[in-house]
Design a binder for this molecule. Structure first.
Ligand code: S3P
Length: 184
């Protein structure tokens, strides 16, 4: 799939889920460019509405508060114009959130090896849950703990190691079409 290729908008939301650093934002941006659909970057939207960065929200109000903001935003996005949703890495861990994603959308899980994630998030200070440890071993443990919930939520799974956003979008499109989703 080429970067400039155009596709018709999907007739539902596309929610991209997966561990931090699996490429959700990059793939969402690419899909948005191709389809012309609105892209909602959950972290960005939450940060803008709160007037604080994600680390500030975690530090000031705690993770539980942040999680309730995620649920509120997903509730909103389940109605209204279809869009591409780049979910925060923890959003699919709550069953309620997954139900909201599925109400009007397909859930696409992006995966990558812990070593790939470690490379991608190296030196990043915007992710409170990885601020003290960014080793592949730590990431592997956290990922393993989350894996059952990610997999249970997913309609489609796409592996992202050593692939471009365009290649990933191509696979996504093929798989969505295979599910009978009308996108053209
Ligand atoms: C989180 C992932 C982050 C952000 C927050 C918590 C998580 O989003 O929502 O730091 O629990 O996995 P990204 O996956 O976009 O980094």
């Amino acid at each position: 799939m080429k970067d400039h290729e155009k596709i018709a908008p999907f007739s539902c939301n596309i929610a991209l889920i997966g561990f931090m650093g699996t490429g959700k934002s990059t793939v969402a941006e690419c899909l948005g460019r191709m389809s012309g659909m609105r892209v909602v970057e959950m972290d960005e939207e939450i940060a803008a509405r709160q007037g604080m960065t994600i680390p500030e929200i975690f530090a000031k109000h705690g993770e539980r508060y942040f999680r309730s903001l995620e649920t509120g935003l997903l509730r909103e996005l389940g109605s209204g114009e279809n869009c591409i949703i780049s979910c925060g890495g923890g959003a699919a861990l709550r069953e309620e959130n997954v139900a909201l994603m599925k109400r009007n959308g397909k859930v696409v899980l992006l995966t990558a090896a812990p070593e790939t994630i470690a490379r991608r998030v190296k030196g990043d200070s915007t992710r409170p849950l990885l601020k003290d440890n960014q080793s592949a071993a730590y990431i592997a443990d956290m990922m393993e703990a989350r894996r059952p919930r990610y997999e249970a939520a997913a309609d489609i799974v796409i592996q992202t190691d050593d692939r471009t956003a365009e290649e990933i979008c191509g696979e996504l499109l093929t798989k969505i079409r295979g599910m009978g989703e009308k996108d053209v």
